[in-house]
Each structure stands twice: as structure tokens, then as C-alpha cells.
Design a protein around this ligand. Sequence first.
Ligand code: ADP
Length: 161
Amino acid sequence: MGNAVIYPGSFDPPTEGHMNVIERASKVFDRVIVAVAINSTKQSVFTPDERVSLLKKIFKDNASIEVDKFEDRLLVDYAKSKKVNVIIRGLRTVSDYEFENQMSLANRKLAPNIEILFMMAESRYSHFSSSLIKEIARLGGPVEGMLDPSIAKKLKEKLLK
Ligand code: ADP
């Protein structure tokens, strides 16, 4: 079965920065499970099913990348249900570090057998965030290069209605 990693996130929408982490992780692990969080308390532009299908389309030719959803539950419990004990997160900025450090310490306490690894964003992606890209798109700005063209098109359709 090989070693597997879970890459959790909101992916609303998935950006080229997320894709970069997924592709790099797939070179290190035999299986990457991209886990789209269904967070009922967060407002989103794309439904969880839409986010899953956007990601599935992009990685349809890569058998080592799976896309799944996880409902309102602890990430560590989701990882256990998948029998995976490694989680990966991307790090862009010092503010990511502060947040992720706190989260990883909490998760470590909840599940000491699960390792959380961090991958530094490549500099060309380190200023990409789903929320910033949504704001640019909402105001009619160009989001090419930040999103896969198919996703950019759908985002504009949603926001510029
Ligand atoms: P969350 O709502 O859980 O932060 P996101 O979809 O915003 O979910 O991000 C998922 C993960 O991807 C997080 O670990 C985040 O730091 C990372 N990430 C987001 N954008 C980038 C990027 N441009 N480069 C590298 N990692 C990123």
C-alpha cells in the first residue's frame, strides 16, 4: 500500500499554490489524499462537492492523488479512519507559522501518533491565498496564473453574476 499523507484544507477554491504542494507531496509519498473540509461555520463560494470535483478533474490522470471530503470532525479522527498517520500542511508566511504551530501542537496532544509535516510554499506561490484570489476576482481583477483556467472561469461565473 505504501506510505500515504493527508493534505487537508478548505480549497475554496483550490489555487496553483495548493496544486504545487499536492504535486510535490506526491513525489515524496505513494498516496496523497487531498481532504476537502466541510466546515459548516465557514462561508464558502464553492460547495464541498464542487471543490472535490474541481480537484478530481485536475488530478484525474494521477492515480496516486485521491480527493475526499471530511465532514465536521477532528482532522486526527478523519486521519485515523483512513488509517493514515501523516498530515501535511503548506507554510507561506510567519502568520501561517503561528497558526499552524498552535494547530499542530493541539493535534499532537489529541493524537500523539500522527505526524504533521510542513512544506514551504515556493516563493512564486507564497502570496496566493484562496481568500485574496476571491477578492481580486470579485472586484473584476485578473486571476490568471493563480488558478487553473477551468477554476478561474467558474470562480468568475460565481462572483460576477
Ligand atoms: P485552511 O482553511 O485549512 O487554511 P486552505 O485551503 O486555505 O485551508 O489551505 C490548505 C493548506 O494549504 C494550508 O496548509 C495552507 O497553509 C496551504 N496553502 C495555501 N496556499 C498555499 C500556497 N500558495 N502555497 C503553499 N501552501 C499553501
